[in-house]
Write a protein that binds this ligand. Structure first.
Ligand code: TRP
Length: 452
């Protein structure tokens, strides 16, 4: 077998992991979750989940990947015993499903860049809604889904150093610079102050009454945005040398990801408020509709929108390649396939699996809720049990490489995984299942009845 690939530089891995973490989750999903779950209270709970559960689980993925030098399916087979040996398959399936609709949404963003360049955003919400529906469904959506998949195939097909590492070194700095620039610009818009108040002051009464929906949403969001729960960080860490300080890298990655999500809120909400559109509209399409309506009203809105959606598109690209890499690394490691054919074949299948979501946004919600509220969190639960309770000896040993003496931090980490992560994630999976059931028999059933 040929030599396994690795990152060329120390920063290559960090850029790639930040590129994976920062994506639609930060710029599209985060603001719409904030709007839907009542503003700043959601943000607060989300931050708590990031620190107390997200960080420990990220380290758990890192140690598994670096220890085994394998893809998630192979890694769990090698380290696990009993049924846990098969948990890698859950990750494989989740990755497959995420990418299938992630690429569809990313396709919309490309389309919205073009609309902006042609100055075609419709300046009222009803009109923007109609426009969104034509972008998000039918042949248009299929075409841009295909286009986006081709871009990912090109990058992942080129491999770790020449493909992924090179691409993220351009994309990640660009995302950061543009987002900071936009945040500064929208600060000058009228209505910005009101937007910051909405975004930054929590309503504790709302948290108390709506925690059943806020908790799973916040936990799901924390996992989604950090690319946790399906083995991306296992895979990326498997290309890493033993001299790296995993805790330090983890903190840097989380710091960037959180900063960009918070920044996205600072960009999006002032745009909403200054255009006088309501930020609380529910659903996956809301941010597109509301933003396009807002851009349609602002002077220079076309250009502003094109720049904004361009940033979202490259953020999506640098994330999508990480999801595909999980699946591709499995085919390379375990089936000895060559990189290019593995990438092409699996992408074709993912493209087809994504097609139903271009039929209607409700189908997309069906995928998104399943992935976010259940599969990712369940994946995180398994990782926490596995590393906290089963392979903790290995795990501590692996973490200490590149760090030295862990002091009390090693045990702190293990106990965070063992108790808060395991219990918290179990509760959230249950709540997620209940929510999903409600969705299936409620909104989805109604939609289905109306359409078929
Ligand atoms: N983190 C990315 C985002 O916020 C999405 C993503 C990439 C992801 N890889 C993932 C989510 C793996 C879950 C699992 O857009």
């Amino acid at each position: 077998m040929s030599q396994r690939e690795s990152w060329a530089t120390r920063t290559g891995f960090i850029f790639a992991a930040v590129g994976s973490a920062v994506g639609l989750g930060n710029i599209w999903r985060f603001p719409f979750q904030v709007g839907q779950e009542g503003g700043a209270g959601f943000v607060l709970i989300y931050l708590l989940f990031i620190a107390s559960i997200g960080f420990p689980v990220m380290l758990a993925e890192f140690v598994i990947g670096r220890r085994t030098d394998r893809n998630p399916v192979g890694a769990l087979k090698q380290l696990g015993s009993g049924k846990l040996r098969y948990a890698g398959w859950l990750f494989f399936t989740t990755g497959f499903l995420i990418l299938s609709y992630y690429s569809v949404v990313a396709g919309w963003t490309v389309r919205y860049v073009l609309l902006g360049l042609q100055n075609e955003y419709v300046g009222d919400v009803a009109g923007a809604e109609g426009q969104f529906l034509s972008v998000a469904s039918g042949l248009d959506a299929v075409f841009f889904h295909a286009l986006f998949m081709l871009a990912i195939i090109a990058i992942v097909g080129l491999g770790i150093q020449r493909g992924i590492e090179l691409a993220v070194k351009v994309m990640v700095p660009a995302i950061i610079v543009i987002m900071v620039g936009m945040a500064v610009y929208v600060f000058t818009l009228e209505g910005a102050g009101e937007a910051y108040a909405y975004y930054l002051s929590p309503d504790f009464g709302y948290i108390a009454s709506e925690w059943q929906s806020i908790l799973p949403a916040a936990a799901g969001q924390a996992f989604f945005t950090l690319s946790l729960g399906m083995g991306v960080m296992i895979t990326y860490a498997s290309y890493l040398g033993e001299d790296r300080n995993l805790a330090e890298d983890g903190l840097i990655i989380i710091g960037f990801d959180t900063a960009i999500a918070l920044l996205a809120g600072l960009v999006v909400f002032p745009i909403f408020f200054s255009a006088g559109v309501s930020p609380g509209a529910p659903g996956a399409g809301a941010v597109f509709v509301t933003l396009a309506a807002a851009f349609g009203k602002l002077s220079l809105g076309g250009i502003l929108g094109a720049v904004f959606f361009f940033t979202v598109a490259i953020a999506a690209l640098s994330s999508a390649i990480s999801i595909l890499e999980v699946v591709v690394s499995y085919l390379i490691d375990e089936h000895g396939m060559n990189r290019l054919s593995a990438t092409a074949i699996i992408s074709a299948i993912i493209f087809v699996v994504g097609l139903p979501t271009t039929y209607d946004i409700q189908v997309l919600n069906l995928y998104d809720l399943l992935v976010n509220n259940i599969l990712l969190v369940f994946g995180g639960f398994i990782l926490a049990v596995f590393v906290g309770w089963v392979i903790y000896d290995f795990a501590l040993d692996e973490l200490s490489k590149g760090i030295g003496d862990l002091g009390p931090w090693g045990t702190t980490w293990l106990w965070l995984l063992r108790v808060p992560a395991v219990i918290g994630l179990a509760v959230v999976v249950l709540l997620g299942i209940i929510e999903y059931y409600d969705f299936l028999v409620g909104d989805f059933a109604t939609w289905f009845g109306d359409n078929f």
